[in-house]
Write a protein that binds this ligand. Structure first.
Ligand SMILES: [Cu+2]
Length: 250
């Protein structure tokens, strides 16, 4: 069904659950579409004027249609309770610990993605929204030693493969939406809020990031963001080359 629907490349652990849900819904819709169409043709033939010169004032006498409706509603309820809700709850409730994950902060702006890593010590430097300026997107406190090695990059996120990623999504101006189709995650980026999402990249590659909210006249340019999933070694090399970039605005 994935191939039949032409679903895009999927490269995360939980992505199969999302794709399964999409497939099941489409199967149900195909069955309903074909069923209703057959019934429509039957009704054209069965209830035409020639066969029914005089109207029937009683109408349907059996309960077949009610049972059918109940069956469809039952299948829909089962999809919701046994497929959709478990996939969703794993996304929002079953977070991995930060110790076993790559933790990053993402702040959207018109029209790019700012990304911050904790650097060599694994600790983000102190932040305060009062310190936010056009250069200091994340409000990093330049006095805090823990922030000296933090990494800040634009539009290019690197993460190691097969390790969970926790990303805190925020925005510095308007509402954007961080969408990684290949990872099957989407989260609105809302000014004043830090909303965590998580996913586990399962396949190395370079995947496009999209902004899924029409956020201004350069909205399409936000598709210039990329997620690079690579092996531990390549990731380590990349992140080490960026240490200290977060406080370079001093
Ligand atoms: Cu945007």
């Amino acid at each position: 069904m994935r191939e039949f629907l032409g679903l895009p490349v999927m490269a995360s652990d939980h992505g199969a659950g999302v794709d399964n849900l999409i497939s099941y819904i489409h199967w149900l819709m195909i069955v309903l579409f074909v069923g209703w169409f057959i019934y429509f043709l039957y009704a054209l033939w069965r209830f035409n004027k020639k066969r029914n010169p005089k109207g029937d004032y009683v109408g349907v006498r059996n309960h077949a249609s009610s049972y059918l409706e109940l069956t469809v509603a039952g299948i829909e309820a089962a999809l919701l309770v046994f497929v959709a809700i478990p996939v969703w709850s794993q996304r929002v409730d079953k977070f991995p610990t930060e110790a076993e994950s790559t933790v990053i902060q993402i702040s959207a702006q018109q029209f790019a993605w700012n990304v911050r890593y904790p650097g060599a010590d694994g600790v983000f430097g102190k932040q305060d929204m009062k310190l936010v300026t056009s250069e200091n997107t994340f409000g990093v406190d330049p006095q805090d030693a823990a922030g000296k090695d933090d990494v800040q990059v634009l539009n290019e996120i690197h993460v190691p493969v097969n390790k969970p990623v926790i990303a805190y999504i925020s925005s510095r101006d308007v509402i954007h939406s961080f969408k990684l189709v290949a990872m099957r995650v989407t989260q609105d980026a809302i000014p004043g809020m830090r909303i965590p999402i998580w996913f586990k990249p399962a396949k190395e590659g370079r995947y496009q990031i999209y902004c899924a909210q029409l956020c201004g006249n350069g909205h399409a340019a936000m598709a210039g963001g990329f997620l690079v999933v690579e092996n531990e070694e390549a990731y380590g090399k990349w992140v080490r080359s960026k240490y200290g970039a977060a406080t370079s605005f001093e």
